[in-house]
Design a binder for this molecule. Structure first.
Ligand code: 13P
Ligand code: SF4
Length: 303
């Protein structure tokens, strides 16, 4: 089958199976193209909780499929590549988190959705990059523990009055972005705005005109009068930005903002997964119940 035939067969089968295909903005272009919904982590969690479809094909990384399975327990959640993980999510060990909680009693644990279901179950509330500050400010306590991203943690700390304790995790792609590369892009394009994801280091965020989640960047570009943007996030976002803004120019500061596991899923794998209705992602009930509390508490926070 050529690529067009694959896309048509996926759409046909998705309809037959009553399946909703969701794709993260970092997925391959062709995967975002065939998806019913492309979104950031927050949008995908909301959609999973609300959809009437029986099946969710989650084109993203493992924690996103787990969140969908937790929020939509009556649905079948398919993840075309179960080995598509998030290295940052793997940086938290449950025993060390329990030790941290014991060392810092009374501080709620705010866990970025880029984490396993077991870590979410160990937490008080979740957040995404789109709602992190609002989530932290919604809490009564004056001190909080932020897990696992130290960069998102520092960004939250700079935007709240609460005292923050961080886990030392990071995204290997956002964290490596060097100041020199951003500076060089700014010098080459002095009329461009620099948009950075809060997973970038504080030195990078200090250089940004806007710090936002992937959906925050997309919304901003849509209404901005500016014509050029330098992007401090994973390059998959270019697909949506270019599609929506054919008159605007987008510049990547380097070629290393490339999340390998986000690119694992191919059209063939989406089709195979709809044909075989596998692999599914499930979360054991005792973990899912705890993780659901943290996710639902997050979803109840006004944005
Ligand atoms: P968003 O929630 O902004 O889409 O980010 C998810 C992610 O994995 C960023 O690296
Ligand atoms: Fe995880 Fe970074 Fe990939 Fe996002 S870009 S899924 S944080 S490794």
């Amino acid at each position: 089958m050529n690529s067009q035939q694959l896309k048509e067969e996926i759409r046909r089968l998705a309809k037959e199976r009553n399946a909703l295909i969701m794709a993260h903005f970092y997925q391959r272009d062709e995967i975002q193209e065939i998806a019913d919904v492309a979104g950031d982590s927050l949008a995908m969690a909301i959609e999973a909780a609300q959809t009437d479809c029986k099946v969710i094909v989650l084109c993203g990384v493992h924690f996103m499929a787990e969140s969908a399975a937790i929020l939509a327990p009556d649905k079948t959640v398919l993840l075309p590549r179960t080995d598509a993980g998030c290295p940052m999510a793997d940086m938290v060990e449950i025993d060390k988190l329990r030790e941290m909680k014991a060392r810092l009693p009374g501080r709620p644990v705010v866990t970025y959705v880029n984490s396993s279901a077991a870590i979410k179950a160990e937490s008080d509330i979740c957040c995404t990059s789109a709602n992190a500050v609002a989530v932290v400010n919604s809490l009564d306590e004056d001190e909080v523990i932020l897990v696992p991203d130290r960069n998102l943690g520092r960004y939250i700390a700079a935007n709240t009055d609460k005292k923050c304790y961080f886990w030392e995790g990071y995204c290997p792609f956002h964290d490596q972005l060097p100041e020199e590369d951003v500076l060089a892009a700014k010098q080459a394009h002095p009329d461009a705005l620099f948009l950075a994801h809060p997973e970038c280091r504080p030195q990078i965020l200090a250089m940004a005109d806007l710090v936002a989640s992937t959906s925050g960047m997309i919304d901003y570009v849509r209404t901005s009068p500016a014509k050029k943007f330098i992007l401090g996030t994973e390059q998959g976002i270019l697909y949506r930005l270019r599609k929506e803004n054919p008159d605007k120019q987008f510049i990547m500061p380097n070629s290393l903002l490339f999340c390998k596991t986000m690119k694992y899923i191919t059209l063939e794998e989406v089709l195979h997964c709809l044909q075989t209705m596998s692999p599914t992602v499930t979360v054991p009930a005792e973990i899912a119940d705890g993780a659901r509390k943290s996710l639902e508490r997050m979803l109840a926070v006004p944005r």
